[in-house]
Design a protein around this ligand. Structure first.
Ligand SMILES: NC(=O)c1ccc[n+]([C@@H]2O[C@H](COP(=O)([O-])OP(=O)(O)OC[C@H]3O[C@@H](n4cnc5c(N)ncnc54)[C@H](OP(=O)(O)O)[C@@H]3O)[C@@H](O)[C@H]2O)c1
Length: 294
């Protein structure tokens, strides 16, 4: 790629980007560009497709071309960890970098999955994770890890982990237990019976699996066991309708939040890594919602 040509093609100049492979689907430019305009920042946010194995080289080129920061999406979050100069302690703990900030020529790597989860819970439920008994369904992938680590760092009273591949949940439980002696950490098996039996003793139920992305996906848990007092966080988001979990939870009278709110707060956190002060959240929200409707 001719980086100088790419950097010089845009007005306002390209100074922020999201990288992934594929990347055409990303709505981050529609979320961030109105916020840049609202703040009077002479910069544009673009999408750049970067193949696996080329993240470190791409980061150096972004820095050379005057970029301020980059968001990193599938499949580069893990490769990005080894491609930065300075790793934020939380990103190191989560084992992945999804936000790059270029400061004085140095590449700083951050992870917004955990902090975005906390902000989403606060906004959607008016609750703090430190006060909630949390169940993580899908405690085997990057998202489940972020939720479990962040919940333990918040010292939530109880953390229950379930994953299709049980060994991954067991390994994660060992790690998170060390972060918070106050938190009772349990692993349960990936069966309807085990999950259903656990639900009366939890407040916040998080879907961190990829189940629910496709309309053919089955139910994550039996609809009848969801109670009106439960707080349901589905990290999955579908532009073409609700996930089965969100639909079941609404029928049960439970409060819900989905992956779109998480995406919004992750965007705000990135913005705050790049520019001083609080991000213009409502401008980001409107941009994201408009992009999703298109
Ligand atoms: N909205 C946002 O901003 C945001 C941010 C992060 C993630 N997410 C979403 O969160 C989800 C997970 O992301 P990730 O990065 O953690 O993915 P990942 O690393 O690939 O992990 C996938 C997880 O889903 C489980 N899983 C996959 N298929 C399953 C099935 N058929 N039955 C039961 N469990 C299944 C896996 O279990 P095994 O370990 O057994 O394979 C694993 O725990 C994705 O849908 C992603 O889009 C959203």
């Amino acid at each position: 790629m001719n980086w100088d040509a790419v950097a010089g093609r845009f007005t306002p100049p390209a100074r922020l980007a999201v990288i992934g492979d594929p990347i055409a689907h990303s709505r981050s430019p529609q979320m961030h560009n109105p916020a840049l305009r609202a703040r009077g920042i002479d910069a544009q946010y673009i999408r750049v497709q970067v193949p696996a194995g080329q993240v470190a080289g791409a980061f150096r080129q972004f820095a050379r071309c005057g970029f301020l920061g980059v968001n990193i999406t599938i499949p580069h979050k893990f490769e990005a960890l080894d491609a930065v100069d300075v790793i934020d302690p939380l990103a190191r703990q989560l084992g992945a970098v999804n936000t790059l900030a270029v400061r004085a020529g140095k590449l700083h790597g951050h992870n917004s999955d955990g902090p975005g989860f906390l902000r989403s819970v606060k906004e959607a439920f008016g609750a703090e994770v430190k006060d909630l008994r949390v169940l993580v369904l899908g405690a085997g992938g990057g998202a489940g890890r972020a939720v479990a680590v962040q919940s333990a760092l918040e010292k939530c009273p109880q953390l229950v982990l379930a994953n299709r591949t049980a060994e991954k949940a067991q390994a994660l439980a060992g790690e998170v237990a060390k972060l918070s002696p106050q938190t009772v950490v349990r692993v349960i098996s990936w069966t309807d019976e085990a999950v259903s039996a656990m639900l009366p003793g939890v407040d916040l139920i998080v879907n961190a699996t990829s189940l629910g992305m496709k309309s053919a996906d089955g139910r994550l848990l039996p609809a009848a066991v969801i109670e009106a007092r439960h707080l349901i966080f589905d990290m999955v988001y579908r532009a073409d309708g609700e996930t089965p979990l969100i639909a079941d939870a609404k029928k049960a009278g439970a409060k819900v939040v989905d992956g779109l709110t998480l995406l919004l707060h992750q965007g705000a956190i990135s913005f705050e890594h790049w520019f001083p002060g609080p991000a213009p959240l409502e401008v980001l929200r409107e941009g994201l919602h408009m992009a999703v409707k298109m």
